[in-house]
Write a protein that binds this ligand. Structure first.
Ligand SMILES: [Zn+2]
Length: 249
């Protein structure tokens, strides 16, 4: 039996290649490859980035990526860049951090972990991306919620994601989530609050360098895994479908 991370990487890679993706290795931890899945779309289509598994104790995201690939949910018009498991050692240990105890999602300003050094180098080669999305989970949440960073001047895909997630499970309607003000399951950060952070998370690095539209989807770790996976899958399908439909061209 392969270990859980190897099993996931193998399943995701097989499903992706079947869907016409290229699967490349962009780095390596002590015992696993770090893989990225890419597929080109139409010249007038958007470039969409999805990442997950940066926290090893949040399994719904990587499993959702596998299902989205299996279900042919990556629309052909878009160009896709998908990082399906950024922290395989943590995934095997069921820990938030990597094998050295580092929280990779606080390591994008001056990366020190092999995972984030390799991942940031891969990000820096991408050029501009129209939408970035990372899939996470939260032990304290009572339902699905999301973070939005949006300087496009247009409405993003928060509403589409929440509507789709609400068809599967609860939305966290708290007015404060993770110490941030929240409204109807959405946390919107203003650009001024993103500066002066030494512990830079992946999505803030992306928003500062690579995209004008960034999302983090969070499912509540306290409910069963199958519901969380389905919430992530449906939120992605709803949001990505809406984004591709409304993208000009
Ligand atoms: Zn997380």
């Amino acid at each position: 039996m392969p270990d859980p991370a190897t099993d996931l990487i193998n399943r995701v890679r097989e499903a992706a290649v079947f869907e016409g993706f290229k699967a490349c290795t962009f780095g390596r931890t002590a015992s696993h490859e770090l893989i990225v899945l890419t597929r080109s779309g139409k010249p007038d289509g958007p470039h969409i980035y999805i990442s997950t598994g940066i926290h090893g104790d949040e399994p719904a995201g990587p499993e959702a990526i596998f299902r989205l690939l299996k279900d042919s949910a990556c629309l052909p018009r878009a160009t896709w860049t998908i990082f399906p498991l950024l922290n395989p050692e943590g995934y095997n240990r069921n820990t938030r951090e990597n094998a050295d105890g580092l929280d990779l999602n606080r390591d994008y300003l001056h990366p020190t972990a092999i995972e984030s050094i390799a991942h940031r180098a891969a990000i820096d080669k991408l050029g501009g991306v129209d939408l970035t999305l990372s899939l996470h989970e939260d032990w304290e949440a009572t339902g699905f919620y999301l973070y939005e960073l949006n300087s496009t001047g247009k409405e993003g895909i928060a509403r589409a994601a929440l509507r789709a997630a609400a068809g599967v499970g609860p939305i966290d309607l708290s007015e404060t989530i993770d110490k941030h003000a929240a409204k109807n399951g959405v946390i919107r950060a203003t650009d001024s609050t993103l500066d002066d952070r030494d512990d830079l998370p992946e999505q803030i690095y992306l928003y500062k360098h690579t995209t004008r539209l960034s999302y983090t989807f969070e499912t509540p770790s306290g409910i069963d895994l199958e519901t969380r996976v389905r919430m992530q899958v449906e939120a992605c399908r709803g949001a990505l479908g809406e984004f591709c439909r409304s993208y000009p061209g």
